[in-house]
Design a protein around this ligand. Sequence first.
Ligand SMILES: [Zn+2]
Length: 474
Amino acid sequence: MQEINLNYWRTLIATLLLAWLSTVSAVADGPAEPVWKAGVSSVKITPDGPAWMAGYASRDKPSDGVELDLYAKSLVVQDGSGETLVVVTLDLISVPGPLRKFVEQKLAETRGLKPANLLLNCSHTHSGPEIRTTDSARSGLEPERRQQAIAYVESLQKRILSSIDAAFVKLAPARLSFQKARAGFAMNRRLASEQGYRNSPNPDGRVDHDVPLLRVEDATGAIKAIVFGYACHNTTLSFYQMNGDYAGYAQQYLEEAHPGIVAMFMMGCGGDQNPYPRRKLELAKQHGRTLATAVEAGLETPKREISGSLKVTFQTADLEYADAPAKDELLQRAQSTSEHEKKYAERLLNELENGTLLTSYPAPIQVVRFGDAILFVALPGETVVDYSLRIKRENQLPGGPDVWVAGYSNDVFAYIPSLRVLLEGGYEAGGAMQYMTTVIQPGAFAPNVEDLLMKSVNQLIKATALELPVSTSE
Ligand SMILES: [Zn+2]
C-alpha cells in the first residue's frame, strides 16, 4: 500500500512539474520549436592553375591568375516529414545537362532522392573555367586543353558531391523566412537599331530588379545562410583572372559582414540583362557591393516566416526548334568567312548526316513550394526577363505566396527567348545558338517556345498548389 501511494505522489508531482515547465517554456520561447532542418556548406571549385575560360569566344589563351575564388555551395532543407530539397549554387558559366544528370544519379543511388529534390543554379560568370562535359563539346581541342577539360569536370563533380554531403552532415533544426529588396544596376541589353537588335544598354527595356531572399536561421535565431536572387548577366568583366563577377563579390561581402554564414547567389531570368557600366574590376566590385547592400536592406524588412511543408515537382518540357536548315543552305554557310559560322555549319552538316540533328530539347522545369510563403520556379537555360515578369504577374496574388523565379537552373543549354524576343530577332532570339557547346543547337526555337515552357510551368504550379500527383520524370 505504501509503495503504491508513493508512486501515486511521484507521478502527480512529476505531471504538475512538467505542466508548469511547459507553460514557462512556452512563455519564454515564444514560437514553437522549428519544424525545418537545414544544413549548408561551401566548397572551392577554382581550377588548380591556369585554365581556359568560358563566356567569350574571343579569348585566345588560358587564365593567368585568380582574382576571387569560385565556389559550389549547397543548402539542404528538410520539412517536418523529411521531404528534402538540395540547392546547389555554382560560380560558373553554366550547369551542363550531363553534370546535372551525374549529380542527380548519385543522389538517387546514395540517398534515394528524386530529380525533383535537386536544384542546381549557376551564376553565369564569364570569368570562370570552361565546362566541357561531352565529346562534341571537346571536339577540335588541342590534346592538352581537352585533357584539362576532362580533368576539371571530374574534379568539379567530386567537389559538388562533397559540398552536398557536408550540408547533409550539418542538418540541424532551422527557421526559414522570406524577405525581399531591390537593386537597380541590371539594364536591358537589347537595343533596337537599323541593323536589328544589338547588345547595348537599353534604359527603356524590360528589367526585373527584385532581390528575393531565403533566410535560414538556426534554432537560436542566428543566420546560417542567405540565398539571394538577381536577374542579370555576370558580365562586368572579360579579362583573364578567375572571379565570380558581381555575384562573387556580393557573396564575399555578405560572408565578411556576417561571419560564419554561407551566402548563395541564385541567378534569375537575366538572359537579356547586363550590369552597367562594365569592363573594370572596380565596377564588378561596385555592383557586388550594391547587391550586397540590397540584401542587407532586405534583411531589415519584415520576415515572412515559412511554416508548413515542402512540395517539390519537376518535369521536362519538350521545346521545339524551328525547321532545321536544309543541306544546301548549310553547305553554303560552311563557306562563310566567319570562323564560328563556318565551324557551326560543319557541325550541323555532320549531325544531319548522322541523323542526330535535334528537332526538340527536353528542358527541365522545377517548381518548389515552401509552405504558404514561397512559390519557387526554377527555369532552365538562359531565360529572358519576360519569363520572370510573366510568372510573377500571373501568380503573385494578394496574401498568396511570394513568387520567386530563377533562370539558369538544372540545364543551361541555350538562350530561351520569349515569343516577343524571338520575333524581334537578334542574339538571344537565335543568333547565339552557334556558340552553344554542350549540345549542338540546330538553330532558333519555334514560335511556340513560350507556350510550351509556360504550359509546363503552369502544370507544376497547379500541382504544388492542389497537392495533385505529378510526374517526376527525368
Ligand atoms: Zn549569356
